[in-house]
Write a protein that binds this ligand. Structure first.
Ligand SMILES: [Zn+2]
Length: 349
């Protein structure tokens, strides 16, 4: 085991991720595996917890032919010899819940997740859209989307859950803040995060130093915090900051955090501090930038400090709206609807 020290005090005890179809035992009975994603963030981490006679899987990857093939390889390779009886899903995003329904239907596994995660995923898999809804087009216009990109996207099939998520049959087991469960020979307590996804479950081991962090507790990349047409005035950034405060109550420097992406790490108290500092820095830069009126899209440069390509444009837009909404709802900026249909945000005073 090689320790790689980040100058900030965050350590990555496992430098090399598992190869396709392979598993690395990161703690007794806890196996780390990876599945590919066809995006810039090209992988998701999933885990198999050894329950003696069966496995509990944590998160599942997208529902694609390739991912199913890799799961079959895992199930007949490192996980061979016992069935998957339970699937814990940390949050409703497709890279995490994608194959939960498949495990339920094909293997009779029990799905364990939060109520909001289940309801969101179930609703979204049943809500296929061939074109963006009028509310989505209005939302993009209000955010100041480039008219050329808007015209193009208005004619294209948007990303649909059903494209990457297997149908979810009825029936799941609900976990919530403080829920207890046993897996991999340990007792775990559920702690709920928010901001990246509503009611996101993290599992803290009661007897050793393990945390299954999902996307709430990622190292090295900041989880996307976005506002969507479903709730245009949402303030997920406040929910994210509140969740950092909540998680800090349970965070210790020696916990091994097993996240949904990137490498396992230790140093959670430091990492939570970085999350808060990064957003506070972004909000301060934004406030200066908004001394003259700007649309949300015109805040990309100052928020991300790098050029945003078309592949990232959608994620950048929802995150920019999250930041202006937060400032607006705190009374730091005002807004005016201009003739082009976009809000111009401006610093108060
Ligand atoms: Zn994810």
């Amino acid at each position: 085991m090689d320790d790689t020290l980040d100058p900030s005090g965050i350590r990555y005890p496992f430098e090399t991720p598992p190869a396709e179809g392979e598993a690395i035992e990161v703690a007794e009975g806890v196996n780390w595996m990876r599945l590919p994603l066809p995006m810039k963030l090209d992988h998701v981490n999933v885990y198999a917890l050894d329950d003696g006679a069966s496995w509990t899987i944590v998160d599942t990857g997208f529902d694609t032919k390739r991912t199913r093939r890799i799961w079959e390889k895992l199930l007949s390779g490192p996980l061979a010899g016992k069935p998957v009886e339970r699937v814990i899903v940390t949050h409703h995003h497709p890279d995490h819940i994608g194959l939960a329904g498949w495990f339920q239907t094909e293997f009779g596994a029990e799905l364990v997740t939060t109520q909001t995660a289940w309801l969101s995923a179930r609703m979204l898999t049943l809500d296929e859209q061939l074109l963006p809804t009028p509310e989505t087009l209005t939302f993009w216009t209000r955010a100041g989307m480039d008219p050329e990109i808007l015209a193009k996207r208005a004619k294209e099939r948007p990303f649909n859950f059903v494209d990457m998520v297997a149908p979810l049959p009825l029936g799941f087991t609900r976990i919530r803040e403080g829920s207890k469960l046993t897996a991999a020979g340990r007792d775990w307590t559920v702690r709920i995060g928010n901001g990246h996804a509503p009611e996101h479950a993290c599992l803290f081991s009661d007897s050793d130093h393990l945390v299954l962090g999902g996307d709430q507790l990622l190292p090295s990349i900041s989880p996307n915090i976005g506002v969507y047409a479903t709730e245009p005035m949402a303030d997920p950034l406040q929910e994210w900051l509140d969740a950092c405060t909540h998680m800090a109550k349970f965070a210790r420097p020696d916990q091994l955090i097993l996240g949904g992406h990137k490498l396992p790490y230790t140093g959670l108290p430091t990492r939570l501090g970085q999350f808060v500092k990064n957003h506070e820095g972004a909000l301060a830069r934004l406030l200066t930038h908004l001394e003259t009126p700007k649309t949300a899209v015109e805040c990309f440069d100052v928020l991300f400090k790098r050029p945003i390509g078309e592949a990232e444009y959608g994620l950048a837009l929802v995150e920019a709206v999250a930041h202006v909404n937060h400032l607006y709802l705190n009374g730091n900026i005002t807004r005016t609807l201009e003739e082009d249909g976009a809000w111009r945000w401006r610093k108060v005073g």
